[in-house]
Write a protein that binds this ligand. Structure first.
Ligand SMILES: NC(=O)c1ccc[n+]([C@@H]2O[C@H](COP(=O)([O-])OP(=O)(O)OC[C@H]3O[C@@H](n4cnc5c(N)ncnc54)[C@H](OP(=O)(O)O)[C@@H]3O)[C@@H](O)[C@H]2O)c1
Length: 329
């Protein structure tokens, strides 16, 4: 009997994206050094855009979508990995211009593969996923620029979402005073449990304001973009930094240069896709240890390739609450 496996395949016809569950043979896999039996993937905002066709995310058609994957090595042509090793791959164009994680099997270059650090497994690694990795990158970036616990309040926008919720958890456990901005009042108890001690409503953040306002924040993590960055910039303390990774509310930046030139604030861009593998490895190792979010495994909704759609509409509508993992095996 042929050795087949199941994958989602996205195709484009008449400008619309159609996704179907397909049975494929090993020969369909792309060239690469490491073949992986995928156990879990995760659902990220970018997957929502890709699969609903709302953003021009997928660059090559047909495409096996899914920007994250974790599982065990099935076979490897390099010495670095052996069958059975627990591994993960995120970024590097997975699910965008390279075979992604919504598949029972993948084949990738060994230079993109990380061994899952001790203390995590394929499910918990995907409960972190690209969103959690980006949150960790953001916290690392702020701390590399000098933010230390005790400096003052650190603002996290889009706090109920994947990047935001994980950033709240990481900052909270590292002893920072975390303020969570959320559009979902009923998420406040969960965010308090994760480590937030102060809260802002979405309305407080999205009103128009003066170019400079009372300087409140010692640092900020933002994955929301257009709706929140103007407020963040005009309320950062002198010398403070915002780590900006997302555009969940849109990509436009409607702000002035005054916070930069009169308060010396900084806006650091976070790109999780092209992080060099050694830095990526260090951040994942820390995600298993001193940056491990208190929330790992909590508030995770489990989907399968058959139920993926349930999460897609919610994620593009800004209704995300916590993280989604996708059980593949
Ligand atoms: N640069 C990178 O490498 C990278 C990596 C990962 C993600 N991202 C980007 O980061 C963004 C967030 O990703 P995610 O996985 O955290 O998404 P998510 O789980 O869907 O969370 C986004 C959150 O943003 C808030 N939000 C959504 N629409 C909003 C609006 N119109 N105004 C104000 N707030 C709004 C909501 O939180 P509240 O209701 O709590 O306010 C929502 O839950 C996306 O744009 C994604 O593409 C970038």
């Amino acid at each position: 009997m042929a050795d087949t496996f199941t994958a989602l395949v996205a195709e484009q016809a008449d400008g619309r994206t159609a996704v179907k569950r397909t049975s494929l043979e090993e020969s369909a896999l792309p060239p690469g050094d490491v073949t992986i039996d995928i156990a879990y993937s995760s659902l990220n905002y970018k997957d929502g855009l890709a699969l609903t066709g709302r953003g021009k995310v997928i660059r090559k058609w047909p495409m096996v979508p899914g920007i994250d994957l974790a599982g065990r090595v099935r076979s490897s042509t390099t010495q670095r990995f052996r069958p059975g090793d627990p591994v993960l791959v995120t970024g590097y164009g997975l699910g965008v211009n390279a075979w992604g994680g919504f598949s029972q099997r993948a084949r990738v270059k060994d230079s993109t593969v990380l061994r899952i650090p001790e203390g995590l497994d394929p499910r918990s690694a995907m409960a972190i996923g690209t969103a959690g990795f980006t949150a960790a990158m953001s916290v690392v970036a702020l701390e590399e620029r000098g933010l230390t616990p005790g400096d003052g309040p650190v603002l996290v926008t889009g706090a109920s979402g994947g990047v935001g919720g994980t950033a709240v958890a990481i900052l909270g456990q590292r002893g920072h005073e975390v303020w969570a901005a959320t559009g979902k009042e009923d998420e406040i108890p969960r965010l308090r449990e994760l480590g937030a001690t102060g809260f802002l409503t979405r309305d407080e953040m999205t009103v128009e304001g003066k170019p400079l306002e009372s300087a409140r924040w010692a640092g900020a993590v933002d994955a929301v973009g257009a709706a929140t960055i103007p407020y963040v910039l005009r309320t950062l303390r002198p010398g403070a930094t915002v780590a900006a990774s997302g555009n969940a509310s849109g990509p436009k930046l409607d702000a002035t240069v005054l916070p930069f030139i009169l308060r010396g604030v900084a806006m650091l861009g976070m790109d999780s896709v092209l992080v060099p593998i050694e830095r990526r490895r260090r951040i994942w190792d820390r995600l298993a240890t001193d940056l491990r979010p208190r929330s790992v495994g909590a508030n995770v909704t489990e989907l399968t390739l058959d139920t993926l759609e349930e999460g897609l509409d919610a994620i593009v509508a800004g209704e995300a609450r916590g993280r989604w993992v996708v059980r593949i095996a």
